[in-house]
Each structure stands twice: as structure tokens, then as C-alpha cells.
Design a protein around this ligand. Structure first.
Ligand code: ASP
Length: 325
């Protein structure tokens, strides 16, 4: 054996040992999960449900840090710039795809700045209003919005948020430019809707289901292709005559680009075990959704989803001509 070969062999051995050691040691301290919207909202709800179960599986606490603002792009930007050591993770939704077009200059490249852990869940949206808004059904809401377009207010979580995308499609379909009010997330927007300071909103069932069930807000339609088991009487947007309003808010888990592959693999494994928890499935069912199947909770599935969703929404956003910058 030559000296060079011996050295190469030694180095390979060192690399293997180091990666095996990392795989065993990771995680050995607390992990931060960035949620790019305010506490109490739908992304936060999904993040905390997952963080709790992944913490138990990993044997280390996952702490949720809410970094709301600018439709999720501030939090995503913070995650993109964090150290790629496996101790910062990002839970984001469809906004990762739409912001790629909505922002002509973004501080990070959505397809380059992250490693992928896996898909988490896909959540339908609901078109809701303060409980004393006059219309009693979706057709009534459409006429009401058209007649009152300059005074009615619609909440969203900023340009890049799912609520903004849904609101944009709603206005486009009705040809009614409504006044929009941005919040750091739809958690605080819901508080204002409950208080009657805001008229309407389009938001995930993970934020609206309990309020609809309790009669605290009014619901007009769901944005899924089929009616939901929890709201069998609520029509789909397609039934209500607006098929182009279908939006499904998929959520994915990411790490900053360059995270050690062993750490990413451990996170994927942990995500899959969290999603297999029957208690999580029951909780999500109450909120109108379900965990992603294990086959989708993979880096490959999330990467494919992000790329296909960027391609899907780009022409829609360009046709609307709505940009953040
Ligand atoms: N539902 C919000 C959205 O519009 C985000 C949130 O507050 O979780 O994207």
C-alpha cells in the first residue's frame, strides 16, 4: 500500500467516524423552529403540534419562534441566514412558493436557500366574516362585496401569505378591489374579526374551524375541491361558482442550506414519526385537515412540491399583476 493510499484511507475513516458521531449525537441541545407568522394563527398551530411530538421523539425541546411580517418572508429570510447546524428549522407554507413571484427581489432564493425535511400537512381555507355581516350565503356575499367594495375590509397576513393569495383570487373573480389590511399573521387578524373591526378574511381551517363551530364568525365557503367532513353544509368555492378560487395550504419543514445530511435525515425520521401519531391525526381532523402521508414527509416530495407550486402560481400572480416590490 502506498503512503498516499494509506492517508486517503485514514481520512475516509475519520470522515465516516465524524458523521457517525454526529448522527448519534444530534440533537444534543434545544432546536429553534421559526414560524414566519404571529403566534396563535394557523401556521403557528401546525408548528406547535409538530414541535411537541418531534421534541418527544428527538429527546430535545423544539422551541417555536414566531417571526411574523411581510407575508412570511421575514421569518423565511431569518431561517435562510441562520447557522446550518441542524438547530434552526423553518415551518413554512405555500407562501414559500408564491413569494418567489410576488417579490421581485427577495433576500433569499426559495429553491436555493434551504434543505428540505418534508411535507407536513395540507390545509383547506374558508371564506369567513364577522358574525353580524349581513349576507347569509355565498351568493349574497358576492353581491354585498361588489356593492360595498370601497368600504368593506379584508384581513390578510401580508403579501406572500396564503390569506393574501386567496384574497387576491377572490377580488379577481369578483372584479372588486377590496381594501386589505395586513397583519403579522392571521392569529391577530382573527382577534379583530371576532371584535368586528374587520369584515372578511380567507384563512386556513386550522384557525377558523373552532370559531365557525362556536358561531363566533360566519363561514361562506371552503376552498377545497370537496366539502369537508367537519362542515358538510358549507359549499365549496366551485359549487359557489368560483372554481379558480381553489387554494390548498401545504406546509413544509426546512433547514438552512448546508445542514449536515445526517441531521436532516434525523429530522425527516422524526417528522414521519410525529405525523404517524394518531393523537395528532385526531387533533388535525378536528381542525379540518390531516397529516401528510409518510411518502410525502420526505425531502424529495417537498422539493418537488415547492418547484411545481412555484410554476403553478407564477402565471396566476403575473396575470394579477400584484407585487410586493
Ligand atoms: N394564515 C396565514 C396566511 O395567511 C398565516 C398565519 O398566520 O399562520 O398565510
Amino acid at each position: 500500500m502506498t503512503k498516499t493510499k494509506t492517508l486517503a484511507g485514514l481520512l475516509a475513516g475519520v470522515t465516516l467516524t465524524a458523521s457517525a458521531a454526529l448522527a448519534q449525537a444530534y440533537p444534543d441541545r434545544q432546536i429553534t423552529m421559526i414560524v414566519p407568522f404571529a403566534a396563535g394563527g394557523p401556521t403557528d398551530t401546525v408548528g406547535r403540534l409538530i414541535a411537541e411530538r418531534m421534541s418527544a421523539d428527538l429527546g430535545q425541546q423544539i422551541i417555536v419562534e414566531n417571526v411574523g411580517g411581510a407575508g412570511g418572508t421575514l421569518g423565511a429570510g431569518q431561517a435562510a441566514g441562520a447557522e446550518a447546524d441542524g438547530y434552526t428549522i423553518l415551518l413554512h407554507h405555500i407562501g414559500m412558493a408564491t413569494s418567489a413571484t410576488l417579490y421581485r427581489s427577495l433576500a433569499y432564493n426559495p429553491t436555493e436557500a434551504f434543505d428540505y425535511v418534508g411535507l407536513v400537512t395540507e390545509v383547506p381555507m374558508t371564506i369567513v366574516a364577522r358574525k353580524d355581516l349581513e349576507p347569509t350565503d355565498f351568493a349574497g356575499l358576492v353581491s354585498y362585496v361588489k356593492e360595498n367594495a370601497d368600504t368593506i375590509t379584508m384581513a390578510n397576513a401580508g403579501i406572500g401569505a396564503a390569506s393574501q393569495l386567496c384574497g387576491m383570487l377572490f377580488m379577481q373573480a369578483l372584479e372588486a378591489p377590496i381594501v386589505t389590511v395586513p397583519y403579522k399573521g392571521t392569529g391577530p387578524a382573527m382577534t379583530e374579526l371576532l371584535g368586528g373591526q374587520i369584515d372578511i378574511m380567507c384563512d386556513q381551517t386550522t384557525n377558523t374551524a373552532e370559531q365557525i363551530k362556536g358561531g363566533a364568525i360566519k363561514a361562506y365557503a371552503v376552498t377545497s375541491p370537496a366539502r369537508l367532513d367537519i362542515f358538510p353544509d358549507l359549499p365549496t368555492v366551485a359549487e359557489a361558482g368560483l372554481p379558480n378560487l381553489q387554494v390548498s395550504v401545504w406546509h413544509g419543514l426546512y433547514t438552512p442550506k448546508g445542514t449536515p445530511p445526517e441531521a436532516v435525515a434525523r429530522l425527516t425520521q422524526s417528522l414521519q414519526s410525529a405525523l404517524a401519531d394518531p393523537d395528532l391525526a385526531a387533533k388535525l381532523a378536528e381542525l379540518g385537515t390531516a397529516p401528510s402521508p409518510a411518502a410525502d414527509a420526505t425531502p424529495e416530495a417537498l422539493k418537488a412540491k415547492l418547484e411545481s407550486e412555484i410554476a403553478r402560481w407564477k402565471p396566476v400572480i403575473e396575470a394579477a399583476g400584484v407585487y410586493a416590490d
